[in-house]
Design a protein around this ligand. Structure first.
Ligand SMILES: O=P(O)(O)OC[C@H]1O[C@H](OP(=O)(O)OP(=O)(O)O)[C@H](O)[C@@H]1O
Ligand SMILES: O=c1cc[nH]c(=O)[nH]1
Ligand SMILES: [Mg+2]
Length: 211
């Protein structure tokens, strides 16, 4: 299956992303913006959900009306911690989506992700999955998270982020050519510590006010 990188250039997302990048943006604003963008990304990445028709009765007449076809709701898998921000927005839009969590942090020296938590719905095999994390830097975290989710055999997987570095995209595509990447921006490069440039800094720290 060919890989796809889908750039989401919606003006509302681009505007909010710029506000998030600014160094002076507070934790409170950063959190609100990430949730709003999460909602907008959720709207964009679900464009291809199949519909079926159901006979309904309006106050005036009956009609065949469209409803979502999948019997099983989507699963949104958040890469903790920063993925929580996108998850919150997506859940606002799709309140009955199921949720999985994968806890990962990058070792600051090696940039290798360390897993500390993994929990997904028991019937994930019958569901489509969105793996969400605002940052795709070296790609190590996204690659490991998708590998872990793949081991549970879901119907399909999409990876959704906010900012991607070219290096991370290349790495991800190499390991997971069957998983599409949805991102709102592709930045210039990584710095010597594996941070995205110009980027937005450490998304988890900015979201939760840690350092
Ligand atoms: O592509 P990579 O080089 O793997 O970097 C991206 C990862 O780094 C950040 O998490 P971090 O390790 O800072 O954990 P946190 O969310 O708990 O802060 C981010 O949210 C991604 O998960
Ligand atoms: O720029 C980066 C890279 C990895 N993780 C972040 O939060 N920011
Ligand atoms: Mg972090």
């Amino acid at each position: 299956m060919g890989n796809q990188v889908i750039l989401i250039e919606h003006p509302l997302i681009q505007h909010k992303l710029t506000l998030m990048r600014k160094a002076e943006t507070s934790t409170v604003k950063f959190r609100v913006l990430l949730k709003e963008i999460g909602m907008l990304l959720g709207y964009e990445v679900t464009r291809d959900l199949p519909l079926k028709h159901e006979k309904i009765q309006t106050p005036l007449a009956s009609m065949n009306a469209p409803i979502l076809a999948p019997e099983k709701k989507l699963v949104i898998v958040s890469i903790q911690r920063a993925g929580q921000g996108i998850l919150d927005g997506m859940l606002e839009l799709m309140p009955s989506a199921r949720v999985g969590h994968i806890g990962l942090y990058r070792d600051p020296k090696t940039l290798i992700p360390v897993e500390y938590y993994f929990k997904v719905p028991h019937d994930i095999e019958k569901r489509d999955v969105l793996v969400v994390d605002p940052m795709l830097a070296t790609g190590n975290s996204a690659v490991a998270a998708v590998e872990r989710v793949k081991s549970t055999n879901p119907l399909s997987i999409k990876f959704v982020c906010l900012l991607a570095a070219p290096e991370g995209i290349e790495h991800f595509i190499e390991v997971h050519p069957d998983v599409s990447i949805y991102t709102a921006a592709i930045d210039e490069k990584l710095d010597e510590h594996g941070y995205i440039l110009p980027g937005m800094g450490d998304a988890g720290d900015r979201l939760f006010g840690t350092r």
